[in-house]
Design a protein around this ligand. Structure first.
Ligand code: ADP
Length: 488
């Protein structure tokens, strides 16, 4: 089951598979077993520079390729990624740990961005603008921004990549991708798909590394890089934004979240319980920026909800991702495991009660991996770190509220603003609350998250710009106004 037919162990620059100039390598670790999955080139600034130069050269021709032709390349990539779904999913389970069934869904969703942006490539419209003077004509066109440096995280090793490179390539940009050090194998397998569909050399380049700072610095100081597309922590996002300021590089950031999941007494009870389980535990073991971080339940149904919720959580199967029936895998590494446990212990010290879980799983099957028990906390207050920080693990803090106005205020009382969820059947409330929540995404009676068709991104410190939707491709373009004075 864990046999992977073709595993690429080299970086990709100018259409060729290469080692790092330094000859150094680093290990990719399986978080379920602690075993080494592969050794890959540990690239540095010199490799990044080469990749950027190559992308700059390739931009001259790729930006002039007709949108229809670029669209065809993405269509082919969609088809091939769909065909290779299981192959890619195996890599994801190996290097990220998420269950194989979940990984397959991720690959299918990730491939969907090639499909969506294959269409959008042909719809990069400009404007014809009425001019105030009879002798002048105005119009606006959109052009690709140039070389894009993409930096992606480990929690969705496929989707985070396609959501950036698909719109960039569709718009006519060229790309240097630096995937997360934990999950580079999926990135290389996606790169191989684009290689196999005949993407011209230099249009997409990939540099792998264990030390992202060095490559990040090259992205920031190299004037050929015009745009940084980043998904990751708010902390690194701020660091990149400061660095990008020197050359006023364009940035699109999708950063951390602190999603409130609000359940009113009039909600469809079973749907709310299931939604809160799914959006807390069944996305990479809670390691997703849109996962429910705080569950607010209206006081009148809090006891009943907690009972039903805990019951469901106790039935969740944790284990190695290739084991049938497993729905929660390990956390990505020791740091994440320790952070999650620190938040739980801190909450308990401040008065929270552990309704289930509450610690690392230590039985023999889990001993070598980073497994944390699905945990529910009650008696939680907003003074606890577990409601203020992004948990990034399978821990659900339950809070109670009385009124709509109160819960809106408490939900908005955070520096984050990525995703939020509301369960209610009251139509008036749906309008009031969706308008009042300061979040880039509001799911109403829905815990499935965003789609390819919707713009996705954050308010406040959760990000800048939007990915997906019709906005997703605009992020990779500049608007150019053309003013013509007609000969008299
Ligand atoms: P997480 O905590 O989820 O790993 P990070 O923000 O640390 O989030 O990582 C997300 C991505 O950012 C990864 O590809 C990582 O290698 C990269 N990264 C981390 N630190 C830096 C940095 N200083 N400069 C550039 N990229 C970085």
């Amino acid at each position: 089951m864990t046999q992977v037919g073709e595993m690429i162990r080299q970086m990709y620059i100018n259409g060729k598979w290469v080692e790092a100039k330094s000859g150094k390598t680093f290990k990719v670790i399986n978080p379920a077993t602690g075993e080494t999955v592969a050794e890959l080139p540990d690239g540095g600034a010199e490799d990044a520079r080469l990749a950027i130069n190559t992308a700059h050269e390739a931009f001259k021709s790729w930006s002039r390729v007709s949108p229809v032709e670029r669209s065809r390349s993405l269509e082919k990539a969609f088809k091939l990624m769909t065909e290779r779904r299981d192959e890619l999913a195996k890599l994801i389970t190996l290097e990220n740990g998420k269950p194989f069934e979940e990984a397959k869904k991720e690959v299918a969703f990730g491939a969907g961005y090639f499909d969506w942006f294959a269409g959008e490539a042909r719809r990069v419209y400009g404007d014809v603008i009425p001019s105030p003077a009879g002798s002048r004509r105005f119009w606006m066109i959109r052009q690709p921004v140039g070389v894009v440096a993409a930096i992606t995280p480990w929690n969705f090793p496929a989707t985070m990549i396609t959501r950036k490179i698909a719109p960039a390539l569709a718009a006519g940009c060229t790309v240097v991708l630096k995937p997360a050090e934990q999950t580079p194998l999926t990135a290389l397998a996606i790169t191989k798909i684009l290689h196999d569909v005949g993407l011209p050399p230099g249009v997409l380049n990939v540099v792998t590394t264990l030390y992202p700072e060095e490559i990040g610095k090259e992205f920031l100081r190299n004037p050929l890089v015009r745009k940084i597309g980043f998904t990751g922590s708010t902390e690194v996002g701020k660091l990149l934004m400061r660095g990008a300021a020197d050359q006023l590089k364009r940035v699109s950031f999708e950063l951390g979240g602190n999603a409130p999941f609000i359940i009113f007494e009039d909600a469809d009870f079973d749907a709310a319980v299931d939604g809160a389980v799914g959006m807390k535990y069944l996305r990479v073991a809670g390691q997703s920026c849109i996962c429910a971080n705080r569950i607010y339940v209206q006081e009148s149904i809090a006891e009943r909800f907690t009972k039903a919720y805990v019951e469901k959580v106790k039935g969740i199967k944790v284990g190695h991702g290739f084991e049938p029936g497993v729905v929660i895998g390990p956390l990505i590494n020791k740091d994440t495991l320790e952070k999650v446990d620190r938040l739980v212990q801190d909450a308990v010290k401040k008065g929270a009660k552990v309704a289930t879980g509450g610690g690392r799983l230590k039985e023999a099957a889990f001993a070598k991996g980073y497994f944390y028990a699905p945990t529910v906390l009650t008696n939680v207050t907003e003074e606890m770190g577990v409601t203020r920080e992004e948990i990034f693990g399978p821990v659900a803090p339950i809070l109670t509220f009385r009124t709509e106005g109160e819960v809106i205020e408490r939900a908005n009382n955070t520096n984050y603003g990525l995703a939020s969820y509301v369960f209610t059947k009251d139509l008036g409330r749906v309008f009031r609350i969706t308008e009042a929540l300061e979040y880039g995404l509001v799911g109403v009676n829905d815990a499935a998250g965003y789609g390819h068709e919707t713009p996705f991104g954050g308010f406040k410190e959760s990000g800048l710009g939007r990915e997906g939707g019709k906005q997703g491709i605009e992020e990779y373009t500049e608007a150019k106004s053309i003013v013509v004075n007609l000969p008299q």
